[in-house]
Design a protein. Structure first.
Length: 139
């Protein structure tokens, strides 16, 4: 194997390692996004339950209900902002992952091309080393 082919092969391995790291990071973002969606839906349900009117209440019950409502609304706003951020990060991560896959594919093709060139050079050297025979006697 030629030095150039070996270099391309090492570059392919490096790209595969980077691809795996980025894929793991993307999967972590996706898992975080799913958990945030779950939390957001739970907060929506809790806010809906908190908004329901339930007859006469004491002043303290109304205050606590209002306080919990504000806290849940703040948490829901936080989760919605986090979901928006994670959505953008996931889209960016997917595009970077696609670029890295393309780069890895191109490098793999270069490795194959270099191997073909190297094999052709070896074959050409072998053909040149064969002693030409005199075929003139047959005519």
């Amino acid at each position: 194997m030629s030095r150039k082919a070996r270099l391309f092969e090492l570059m392919v391995k490096r790209e595969k390692l980077a691809l795996r790291r980025k894929s793991d990071a993307l999967n972590a973002l996706i898992n975080d996004h799913v958990s945030m969606q779950d939390l957001d839906s739970k907060l929506s349900k809790l806010l809906a339950e908190n908004q329901a009117l339930s007859g006469t209440q004491t002043v303290q019950a109304l205050r606590s209900k209002a306080w919990y409502g504000r806290e849940m609304a703040q948490q829901q706003e936080f989760t919605s902002n986090r979901l928006e951020f994670l959505g953008k990060e996931i889209a960016t991560g997917r595009s970077i992952l696609a670029q890295n896959k393309q780069k890895e594919r191109i490098l793999s093709e270069k490795v194959l091309d270099e191997r073909k060139v190297s094999a052709q050079e070896v074959e050409d050297r072998a053909d040149k080393s064969i002693i030409p025979r005199n075929f003139g006697r047959l005519i």
